[in-house]
Design a protein around this ligand. Structure first.
Ligand code: ADP
Length: 389
């Protein structure tokens, strides 16, 4: 499944990447209707991508291979972030969002990413199935557990459907003409993830009145400690001045502009190359392309870029080998690296990456312009510590 997800995401990335490039570059020449077609391609690409990601998550849960990384966690900022992200949709639906979090809500030990996904699904559903009503997220705790309640005044769920909504692909309205978008996988994943965290999800609902989903999570981590030790990707460290190109960074050009930074893009997928290059060049970066690992290593033996954007899955010499080789050489050890991959990263992959000091990571194949620029900037600002392992 993991390899197949790469096979599925890569062509999908091409479709999405090139439709974005078209919007950026041909935007002015296209009619409004044609621009709309491109938006539809992009929107559907996103849906398909999230479906692929859901199916992959589910298959990993079922195979018992979903990584759970427990750590100290405060759920309040998680709830805040989700509510903020959903507020435009709530506004569009004429729905008010409210929050009611106990001031003494304890911190818990859990997996932040999983808790985020679960709550995103529950709060997202509440907003999706409520028009012109209220969605209230409350949180409280006792000595052993915390309870996060997501209450809506939406369409509700009929009694006979209630036992089935946590099953895969189950939707109350399963018809093809149904009004609400979705795949019917969200709750199945949320429920199984909650169990993996030692918690539970309960539901109460009345058609036409609304629904309440309650996520319970233990305060102390009690699952099998599948603890994955990943060093956080450093955002600062003891690296000296960044590697220079001509003209060297830090030296102003005659008109006072900062010199452009040179990025080496290592990727073998032409559509992705076109997209990433277009985005970065539009912001003044100089982009050189290596279409594979061997080319990349040849390049860095001659030129030291300010940063490398590196794909992992490439024939012959793959991204992991490129990374290990450049981290093993004095001249290249400090070049900041952003990993850009559609590969589903396993625990071993993550270990290999963090052992080799990567600065940023974009995965699962959704590369939007802002995200790419933001992470590229973060990568360049990061001053990787010299590897001492
Ligand atoms: P979907 O992608 O369809 O939202 P989920 O697995 O998240 O899939 O939910 C399964 C089904 O449960 C939904 O299709 C909907 O019928 C029902 N459901 C879930 N949450 C709510 C809610 N807050 N209000 C009404 N119905 C809901």
């Amino acid at each position: 499944m993991s390899n197949m997800s790469h096979e599925l995401r890569t062509p999908l990335n091409s479709v999405m990447a090139l439709s974005r490039v078209l919007m950026m570059q041909a935007g002015k020449k296209l009619s409004e209707e044609e621009m709309e077609y491109l938006e539809i391609i992009g929107r559907n690409g996103k849906k398909l991508l999230s479906l692929i990601n859901d199916i992959l998550d589910l298959s990993k849960i079922e195979a018992g291979r979903l990584d759970v990384i427990p750590g100290p966690l405060s759920v309040t900022p998680v709830i805040d972030a989700i509510m903020e992200a959903l507020s435009p949709l709530a506004k569009e639906n004429g729905t008010e969002m409210e929050k009611n979090i106990a001031s003494d809500l304890p911190h818990i030990e859990s997996d932040e990413a999983r808790v985020y996904n679960i709550l995103q699904n529950l709060i997202g559903n509440a907003v999706k199935f409520t028009r012109g009503g209220d969605v209230t997220v409350s949180a409280s705790g006792d000595a052993e557990r915390i309870y996060i309640e997501v209450r809506d005044t939406g369409i509700g769920i009929p009694n006979d459907s209630l036992p089935h909504i946590f099953e895969e692909f189950r939707q109350v309205d399963g018809s093809t003409s149904r009004e609400y978008e979705g795949t019917g996988l969200g709750l199945a994943i949320a429920y199984k993830s909650a169990l993996m965290l030692g918690g539970d999800i309960a539901v109460e609902s009345t058609p036409g009145v609304g629904s309440t989903f309650t996520l319970t999570l233990p305060i102390a981590w009690q699952g099998p400690a599948q603890i994955l030790e990943i060093e956080p990707f450093p955002s600062s460290g003891d690296m000296g001045p960044s590697h220079n190109i001509v003209p060297p960074s830090g030296i102003s050009l005659s008109d006072g502009r900062k010199p452009s930074r040179r990025i080496l893009l290592v990727k073998d997928n032409e559509a992705a190359i076109i997209q990433v290059k277009a985005v970065l060049e539009s912001e003044g970066y100089l982009v050189d392309v290596a279409r594979g690992g061997i080319e990349a290593l040849d390049y860095v033996s001659e030129t030291i870029p300010d940063g490398i954007i590196l794909d992992l899955m490439m024939p012959e010499v793959d991204g992991f080998e490129v990374l290990e080789t450049i981290r093993g050489r004095k001249e290249t050890v400090k070049i900041p690296v952003l990993i850009l991959t559609a590969k589903d990263l396993t625990r071993e992959d993550m270990k290999r990456l963090s052992a080799n000091n990567i600065q940023q990571l974009i995965q699962k194949g959704d590369v939007d312009r802002e995200g790419l620029l933001f992470k590229t900037e973060l990568m360049l600002e990061a001053k990787p510590a010299t590897r001492n392992t």
